[in-house]
Ligand binder design. Structure first.
Ligand code: NAD
Length: 431
């Protein structure tokens, strides 16, 4: 049983803490957000993530997982401290490291025994060395420590499965002993472990996210061409995906990527390249192609409705940036609803779990608790988030309830032939 402290109990930190506890370690999960910690002590989860509540409760009950706001308590006897705080985009496109800095200083001031500090947050290349300097300066007296990079690759919505069965774990440090100890922690996950230096590990994370974002922007660019030449992008992706060199994942054409990682990480990587005097041409285009997806939606819907959105009621199916999460960070639904409202439309929305997180970001959008109530009287629907619930909709009922049965399927969820047979004015992406 290892003594682990996880700093920051958000999407990554809470999953990391609960999973390491479930693997038999003693984990203290710390956050500066008092309300969040208070709720967690009562068993109330701060985020929606399938399976998380049960996992947290089981490990709290088993005495392996505790929550605190006190660095002094959390660092007592800790052998490992994971930093899992947010690294949002700063105004200039670079990652904002203020939370990492604060966490590193607090760890340094409160550590009492030799410690391995493991950076799980996605951070610009060189941050590990910077954290080491911060800790050295903030320590009241010299206590041995090492800084290791161990970037996280989980996806919201399947975070627990991703953490427990990763494709690989990447561990970066110049301290071989510390890297090996962190590798030992991950051995029960039975995944390949890549041990490398700090900066390479930090780069692997950005490179992976930027590559996945590139795949999505690539297929979206092809989707527009497919529409014009009469090809079906979904079948193109399937046909490409069987090639093991390409793979089918992240080749779904639609409204593009959003969320808490790809936007800020692609931007931060481009920023780093520019700072180094390079011209990140691919990364810039990947971002431009992506955000064009969002601005094109209102134009497509306008065309479907005869050229005018003024006074039309448009319903958004899904608000979260992806399915199985309540995360609204850089969700396409926000830009899409703003564009529709600017054209004079009334916008409504429905999401199975993101109602509360969405509401403050879209005050002019009427958010419904019942999907059929939202659909009733709509001139058009836009599929924004590919929730399974939408696949099971009673489409006959939907058609009857709508004022005019127009559907812009931004996630290629429905069968175009069937939708048209049913009498919908239906537009998919690249089909
Ligand atoms: P989050 O915003 O959900 O959680 C961050 C938490 O850190 C919050 O609860 C906040 O209160 C806490 N915090 C901030 N400053 C603190 C401090 N000084 N001490 C203690 N706690 C503090 O963020 P997230 O989505 O979990 O992301 C965390 C990191 O992991 C980011 O770098 C992100 O890029 C990376 N990451 C995220 C995902 C994802 O899917 N969300 C996946 C892989 C990697």
């Amino acid at each position: 049983m290892k003594q682990i402290c996880v700093v920051g109990v958000g999407y990554v930190g809470l999953v990391t803490a609960a999973c390491f506890a479930d693997l038999g370690n003693r984990v203290v999960a710390l956050d500066v957000d008092e309300k969040r910690v208070e709720n967690l002590k009562k068993g109330i989860m701060p985020i929606y993530e399938p399976g998380l509540e049960e996992l947290v409760k089981r490990n709290v009950k088993g005495g392996r997982l505790i929550f605190t706001t006190s660095y002094a308590d959390a660092m007592k006897g800790a052998e490992y401290a994971f930093i899992a705080v947010g690294t949002p985009s700063g105004g200039d496109g670079n990652a904002d490291l203020q939370y990492v800095q604060a966490a590193a200083e607090s760890i340094a001031k409160n550590m009492t025994t030799p410690l391995i500090i493991i950076n799980k947050s996605t951070v610009p290349i060189g941050t590990g060395d910077w954290v080491a300097d911060i800790v050295k300066k903030a320590q009241p007296g010299p206590i041995e420590f090492a800084v290791v990079s161990c970037p996280e690759f989980l996806r919201e919505g399947s975070a627990i499965a991703d953490f427990m069965s990763p494709h690989r774990n990447v561990i970066g440090s110049l301290d071989k002993d510390a890297a090996n100890k962190v590798a030992q922690l991950h051995l029960p996950l039975r995944a390949p472990i890549v041990i490398t230096d700090l900066r390479t590990a930090e780069m692997i994370k950005y490179a992976s996210n930027a590559f996945l974002a590139t795949k999505i922007s690539f297929i979206n660019e092809l989707a527009d061409l497919c529409e014009l030449v009469g090809a079906d992008v979904k079948e193109v992706a399937t046909g490409m995906g069987y090639d093991a060199r390409i793979g089918r994942y992240f080749l779904d054409a639609g409204l593009g990527w959003g969320g808490s990682c790809f936007p800020k990480d692609v931007q931060a990587l481009a920023f780093m390249a520019k700072e180094m005097g390079l011209n990140p041409r691919i990364l810039n285009d990947v971002m431009e192609v992506n955000y064009d997806r969002r601005s094109a939606v209102s134009k497509h819907v306008e065309k479907m409705l005869g050229g005018n959105l003024k006074g039309k009621t448009i319903g958004l199916l899904g608000l979260a940036f992806k399915e199985n999460t309540d995360d609204m960070r850089d969700a396409p639904s926000v830009d899409i609803s703003n564009a529709l409202i600017a054209e004079g439309a009334n916008v409504r929305g429905y999401d199975p779990v993101a109602r509360e997180t969405a509401a403050p970001l879209m005050p002019a959008v009427e958010i419904f608790d019942d999907i059929y109530e939202m659909v009733a009287g709509c001139d058009a629907l836009i599929v924004v988030t590919p929730w399974n619930e939408f696949k099971q909709l009673d489409l006959d009922k939907v058609k009857d309830l709508m004022k005019t049965p127009a559907v812009y399927d931004g996630r290629n969820m429905y069968d175009p032939a069937r939708m048209r047979e049913m009498g919908f004015t239906y537009k998919a992406v690249g089909r």
